[in-house]
Design a binder for this molecule. Structure first.
Ligand code: PHE
Length: 346
């Protein structure tokens, strides 16, 4: 009987839970093709009495809907899965490869590396210290008087530890000199790059953190001539043979005598521009002979040994090299800025 068949097949379709695309295809071949069950049922429908037709017409149409919808849902499910599987498992091997962007080195890292390499060739080794320092290493051992203005809240970030002791964020890399000398015996010949902190309002020309490179050379009979010769060599290596150098007397608590070193402006070659404030010269570092008090504070015999030290800001050197005029660019991580520098090839 037609009614029984429809009931039986309806149950079969309702229980249909395919687990592969092949099962969905088998369903189609069984029910929906031109010699399939659905077609047969419609053929059989033609043969029943008109009374039965009135009842069965509706039942048969509902069955047709059920079969078609079941097939549609099932084939959609498997066609989605297939797409996913293809992409994950093999992919379309004819598609072009997906490009990914390479990172680039930060300009400060590039310049730091360049500076370190120059001094390495002169026999300097790289040393590092702590960014959170105690007063001794950042100030006292370096001959800062207790009332020295650099200790003031204006310049220094202070940190109170749980045990009540006060620490500072190092205000310069000169603290690494102290750590190095305390821990070893002369001769010392080291270059010390690192981040330093000062309590400054952030602007194009100042930042609350920046980077320095410290140099220290301690041995018997080290003289100011050695200091000058080393720094002359450094400047010519970094900025070229034509760069002029001059020293101006200065003051640092930890060096005596002390000097600041200027170079002829690398942008205008000394003619005068905005970068050198129309003077033709730019200051790039502070330096001097290590004060005997500092040597003694670090357990080094100042009667036997002497030394020189220098410290420079990496940002300043980088600005002069790449004509960067706003310090904030270094820490904002704007890819439009960063991607202009050397790409790192791994
Ligand atoms: N520490 C000094 C500064 O931060 C620089 C310096 C280092 C000067 C070593 C002399 C010797 O300005």
């Amino acid at each position: 009987m037609l009614q029984d068949k429809i009931t039986q097949y309806t149950e079969e379709i309702k229980a249909f839970a395919p687990s592969s695309a092949q099962e969905v295809e088998a369903f189609r071949l069984k029910f929906l093709v031109s010699k399939g069950i659905l077609k047969n049922l419609f053929e059989e429908f033609k043969t029943v009495s008109s009374d039965e037709k009135r009842v069965l017409g509706k039942v048969l149409n509902e069955f047709k809907q059920l079969a078609e919808n079941t097939f549609k849902d099932a084939s959609e499910k498997f066609s989605n899965q297939n797409e996913g599987q293809t992409a994950n498992a093999e992919g379309d091997l004819t598609l072009p490869g997906q490009g990914f962007s390479l990172g680039s080195r930060h300009p400060l890292s590039l310049v730091r590396k360049e500076i370190v390499e120059i001094f390495k060739k002169l026999g300097f080794v790289v040393a590092e210290g702590n960014e959170i320092e105690d007063d001794w290493h950042n100030f006292s051992a370096l001959n800062f008087a207790p009332e020295h203005p650099a200790r003031d809240m204006q310049d220094t970030f202070f940190i109170k530890k749980q045990d009540g002791n006060e620490m500072v964020l190092r205000t310069h890399t000169s603290s690494v000199q102290v750590r190095l000398m305390e821990a070893g015996k002369p001769p010392f010949r080291a270059i010390m790059p690192g981040r330093v902190y000062r309590n400054e309002a952030i602007s194009a020309r100042a930042h609350c953190f920046f980077h320095q490179i410290e140099g220290l050379y301690v041995d018997e009979n080290v003289s100011f001539a050695d200091l000058k010769q080393t720094l002359y060599h450094f400047v010519k290596e970094l900025y070229g043979e034509d760069t002029k150098v001059r020293f101006r007397p200065s003051y640092f608590p930890f060096t005596e005598p002390s000097a600041e070193m200027d170079i002829s402006c690398t942008i205008c070659k000394g003619a005068g521009c905005q970068m050198c404030k129309y003077s033709g010269w730019v200051e790039i570092l502070g330096c001097g002979m290590v004060d005997p008090n500092v040597l003694d504070n670090c357990g080094i015999d100042s009667k036997k040994y002497s030394g020189f030290a220098f410290g420079m800001g990496i940002e300043r050197i980088t600005n002069l090299k790449y004509e960067i005029r706003d310090l904030r660019l270094f820490s904002e991580n704007d890819v439009r800025f960063l991607s202009q520098f050397e790409t790192e090839i791994i």
